[in-house]
Design a protein around this ligand. Structure first.
Ligand code: C2E
Ligand code: MG
Ligand code: MG
Ligand code: MG
Length: 284
């Protein structure tokens, strides 16, 4: 019953057998419309230096607000973009829009902030990846040194020579390469040694475990941070929600952090004011 109450259109959440497949298909139709009607937009989650609470970066996060369904989670629509190949034009749009936003922020006096952008494995594997990125940086006047690209472990697992080469080229351009969601999937520590990665992003499930599984998590996180640092990588903790988490990460000299307890993803116009504001969280 909750189901039929929720639904206006006939297709979503259909109670029939292939409910999931139908939902997916319907969402895909809606997604095409979303692109035509500019329903996608970006928000930016602040990243802070944990030693003093200074805003040092923002992570670009894609948002889809459907006129009828409201916000649709990226966890739901990004896989669809990937399966349909739409991730390429949309991914280009994300990078171009975020880089153009950086130029606008700079005009407003915001400096010293890096821009992080997520890349799907599909995007990373595209044969014209490097050319596309180069073109967008040129078009927008974005400084390579200010750009951080986030990739996930699944990309490294396949380990084709192209992946390694592209990582090296991007890094050679001055772009920072970050490994996202570390601690969720396979997390072979050897990746950290085998691939040219500058930044390790600790997945929220690890940070979260600080609260929920106090017996094991602190040691695990400490070990990962020490290892990353010994390999010359900086560590960004995701999903910081409490002061206890923040203080623990500070005690481990974790360089950077983001999380709802510090600042939620915000629309672009909210970012410049955050740079001058007092640091969030009671523990700075
Ligand atoms: P991600 O790259 O790991 O991004 C961090 C996610 O954690 C974001 O979810 C963010 O809103 C959420 N988050 C941040 N702090 C907290 C916290 O303290 N608590 C909790 N519970 N969550 C927190 P979001 O925006 O829903 O994005 C989900 C995933 O979708 C991203 O995970 C990323 O993998 C993907 N994604 C988002 N935007 C893009 C994009 O432009 N391109 C690509 N390829 N993937 C994207
Ligand atoms: Mg990310
Ligand atoms: Mg992540
Ligand atoms: Mg992720």
């Amino acid at each position: 019953r909750a189901r039929s109450e929720r639904v206006r259109g006939p297709v979503f959440f259909s109670p029939e057998r292939d409910e999931q497949a139908q939902h997916r298909h319907a969402l895909e139709v809606e997604l095409h419309r979303a692109l035509e009607q500019d329903q996608l937009h970006l928000c930016y989650q602040p990243q802070y230096r944990l030693s003093d609470g200074v805003l040092v970066g923002v992570e670009t996060l894609l948002r889809w607000r459907h006129p009828r369904l409201g916000p649709v989670s990226p966890a739901e629509f990004i896989p669809l973009l990937e399966d349909t190949g739409l991730i390429h034009p949309v991914g280009d749009w994300v990078l171009r829009t975020a880089c153009a936003q950086m130029a606008r922020w700079r005009q407003e006096g915001l400096t010293g902030v890096d821009l992080a952008v997520n890349l799907s494995p599909e995007q990373f594997r595209h044969p014209r990846l490097l050319a596309r990125i180069q073109q967008i940086l040129e078009e927008t006047g974005m400084a390579e040194e200010r750009l951080e690209l986030e990739v996930t472990e699944s990309l490294l697992i396949e380990n084709p020579p192209d992946v390694l080469r592209n990582l090296q080229v991007l890094r050679g351009m001055g772009i920072t390469m970050a490994l996202d969601d570390f601690g969720t999937g396979y997390s072979a520590l050897s990746y950290l040694q085998d691939f040219p990665i500058d930044v390790l992003k600790l997945d929220r499930s690890l940070t979260d475990g600080l609260e929920r599984n106090l017996a094991r998590s602190p040691g695990l996180i400490r070990g990962v941070i020490e290892l990353a640092q010994s390999l010359g990588m900086a560590v960004v903790a995701e999903g910081i929600e409490s002061n206890a988490q923040l203080q623990f990460l500070q005690s481990l000299a974790c360089e950077r952090g983001q999380g709802f307890g510090l600042e939620r993803p915000r629309p672009p116009e909210a970012i410049p004011a955050l740079a001058g504001a007092a640091p969030p969280g009671g523990a700075f």
